[in-house]
Design a protein around this ligand. Structure first.
Ligand code: URP
Ligand code: ZN
Ligand code: ZN
Length: 465
């Protein structure tokens, strides 16, 4: 099957230019001006006049079916990748979970079983490590060889995913040997639990207090600590879901002194704030960790994106219904399952708030949503690029189309939207996954099970730092 995308403007991290794209099978075969006039034939031609042709979005932080707080994140690999595709994202990297006392292998196998035959678009895995033991450290090497080269550890969630500094340091040291990457959830969970208990025992149990007790300085302190540990081990580290100015200052300082520190932020930290956690129990819809911060953190995060102290925007997509799931914490904010839906909205929110809002260029937008994640997570140039030989994961994006985000129309399997009623400019008209059209003008045309596991190799972090 040969598909010609004609008359569009190709937008990549490097630049923008008018050109046609010929897809042959699953890959991009040719890029050039007026290919039809030059005699190129195709089975189908898609006219992209007035629209961008961009690499499919890559969301390197999702949690499909994550067990959390006595329940499970609601999207499956089928519903989650389908919703992602509607929003212009054609690859996700999800977090497989090693449960306490079990092996990494068991966790990874379980996640393969969830995804295989269900995902509509491509997916990879990182591994959440709950135990750092001689055995799990050995297993890390095997996972790197199998294309799962990143491991998430937590300084948060004592008793659940928490690792102490010694465990974190051992895991960092192991990546010095196997080339992998440690991803850190950096908040001081032990200190947070003390403040949280004090508030709850004082009768302050509303979701709002989730945002109060997790001080920004607790994120800054943990960020500094894990970066310093990585420096001591001589390895890179990637800070996930960075939310606070305090943490960004630590990343910036580390990068300025030559450290291989990388970080992502998420749309919720750019567009939502502590105010959203107010409004009684409705605030539970906005409970995630790290929490939403006061609005005065926004400008600093945008500056971080412009200056490349933040390299990636991912979603941390982890959806729980308000009814029946978030409600588990009706009496106590500590029991609200942590996580927000967002995999469908990332590309458009960043386009609207970033490009249309005049904060970033359209090239930087593509870099943040696709190219940089592909580079850092070992998928480039197969993914994250509009280039001959790359996978034909492409989005024909209308930069002028406007739509209103709503739970009534979104495709994520969750009963609310954090952005309900927000109008955004920009939308994905046609979405292709390895050459196949999977979304066309609001209709799903893909197939359950068509998504493939993406085997990834560790990036050259010293070059990317
Ligand atoms: O609130 C969040 N972020 N839930 C998902 C788990 C995690 O820490 O990423
Ligand atoms: Zn986390
Ligand atoms: Zn997460």
């Amino acid at each position: 099957m040969r598909t010609l995308i004609s008359n569009g403007t190709i937008v990549t991290a490097e630049g923008s230019y008018p050109a046609d794209v010929l897809i042959d099978g699953e890959q991009i075969a040719q890029i050039g001006v007026d290919l039809a006039a030059a005699g190129v034939s195709a089975d189908e031609t898609i006219d992209a006049t007035g629209r961008y042709v961009i690499p499919g979005g890559i969301d390197v932080h999702t949690h499909m079916e994550l067990p959390f707080g006595g329940t499970f994140a609601k999207d499956t690999f089928e519903t989650g990748t389908r919703a992602a595709a509607f929003g212009g994202t054609t690859t996700i990297v999800d977090f497989a979970v090693q449960s306490r006392g079990k092996s990494l292998r068991e966790g990874l196998d379980a996640w393969h079983a969830k995804a295989e035959g269900n995902a509509v678009a491509d997916y990879g895995f990182h591994m959440i490590m709950s135990d750092v033991t001689d055995e799990t450290l050995r297993e890390m090497d095997q996972l790197v060889a199998e294309g799962v080269p990143d491991f998430k550890l937590f300084t948060a969630y004592p008793g659940v995913f928490f690792s102490d500094d010694g465990a974190i340091f051992r895991a960092l040291q192991q990546t010095e040997k196997n080339g992998g990457l440690i991803m850190m959830h950096a908040e001081n969970g032990l200190a947070i639990d003390i403040v949280a208990a004090q508030y709850a025992e004082g009768g302050k149990t509303d979701p709002y207090y989730h945002g109060v007790v997790r001080y920004p300085v607790f994120e800054g302190e943990a960020t500094n600590r894990v970066i310093r540990l990585a420096e001591a081990a001589g390895v890179p580290v990637y800070i996930v879901h960075l939310s606070a100015r305090d943490a960004l200052e630590e990343v910036r300082a580390a990068r300025d002194r030559g450290s291989m520190a990388f970080a992502e932020t998420c749309p919720q930290y750019l567009f939502l704030s502590l105010d959203d956690l107010g409004n009684g129990f409705n605030g539970a819809k906005f409970v995630c960790s790290p929490p939403l911060r006061p609005k005065d953190h926004w400008d600093e995060l945008w500056r971080g994106l412009v200056k490349d102290d933040l390299q990636v925007v991912s979603t941390d997509h982890c959806p729980f219904d308000f009814e029946g799931q978030k409600e588990l914490g009706r009496d106590d904010f500590r029991k609200v399952p942590n996580g927000l839906p967002g995999v469908e909205d990332r590309v458009d929110l960043l386009h609207d708030g970033g490009v249309v809002g005049g904060r970033i260029t359209r090239e930087r937008w593509v870099e943040l949503i696709a190219t940089a994640p592909a580079r850092l997570f070992g998928m480039y140039p197969h993914k994250g690029a509009v280039a001959v030989g790359a996978d034909a994961d492409l989005v024909i994006y209308d930069p002028n189309r406007r739509h209103t985000i709503s739970a009534k129309t979104h495709h994520m399997d969750v009963d609310y939207s954090c952005y309900e009623g927000r109008e955004v400019q920009g939308g994905s008209d046609v979405v292709l996954s390895r050459g196949a059209v999977i979304v066309r003008n609001g209709e799903f045309t893909g197939r359950k099970g068509a998504g493939r596991f993406v085997k990834r190799t560790p990036a050259d972090f010293a070059r990317l730092a």
